[in-house]
Each structure stands twice: as structure tokens, then as C-alpha cells.
Design a protein. Sequence first.
Length: 174
Amino acid sequence: MIAIEFSRPVQVDRFGHDERRYDIEANGEERAALAERYGILSVDSFTAHLRLRRISGERLLLKGRFSADVVQSCVVSLEPVSAHLEEDFSLVYAADLDEEDVEVDIGLTEEDPPEPIEGGVIDLGEAAAEHLALALDPFPRAPGASFQGGDEPPEPEPPPKVSPFAALASLKKK
């Protein structure tokens, strides 16, 4: 089983129709574990404000906004690059998924399939952490950093082409 660094489980099997609000914040240990998970220098702050409500029988809608301050390494100079991230997200969870619902081909214009509710629990912390991962800059660059490639060695000259009739030409000389 995968260890979840920022876990905030919510029991939803007896969840009513009223919307519930949750404000969650990662502590220092959780932020350090998230930074290690994402391969970044640090997560200095991470909070999420979430709303959860039932939208139909076995389906729930989670809407939220997270805010995070992170430090990544510049891909050019390896200098620390600080960033403030804020994003809205929403997820649909379903307890009534069939095998067909779990294995779905997703096109670019289609909505994401529902997330499974396992054991009557939704992990709000993991949902927010996954969206933090999606918001990270995959190629952070420090201001003014630019790649200065050196002179590239010249490409070696291709070997001279040998005519397939060269062997015949040598026979003709005899």
C-alpha cells in the first residue's frame, strides 16, 4: 500500500445531502514528505478550502481551491526557484462504479471519469495533493537563467561512398 503523505480521510458512506466545508493545512512533516514525493526542494505552505456535497445517489462532488508556496530547482542553474500556486479543482466520486467505469479511455474533450469511493472514505488531503502535483512547473527557471551551450563538435565526415562496381573495376585492370 502506498503511504499518503497528506491524509485527511472523510467517512462518506452515511453522508447526507447537505454541503460540508473543510479547511485543511499540511504541517511541517507533511510538507517535507510532499516535497520529497514531488522531487522539489520544499513545500513551505499548503492549504486547501474544500466543499463536498452529494450530487446523486452514490455520487459526490468535491470542489476546492488550494494554495501553496513551493521551492523548486531551476532546470538550468539549479538555483532555488520560489513559486506561489493557487488553483481551483473539482472531482466527482462514486461508490457505484462498475469494472467498465474503472477502465476508461479518456479523450481530450471528455470529462474525467469519477474517482472510486473505497471503503466509504474519500481522502481530501490526497485529492488536494494530487492537484498540487499537477500545478507544479515541470521546468522551473530562475529569472535570467538561460542555457549557454558550448561549441558543439563538428559532425564527423561520412565515410566515402564505395561504388558497388569498384570490385569489377579492379578486375578490368588485370
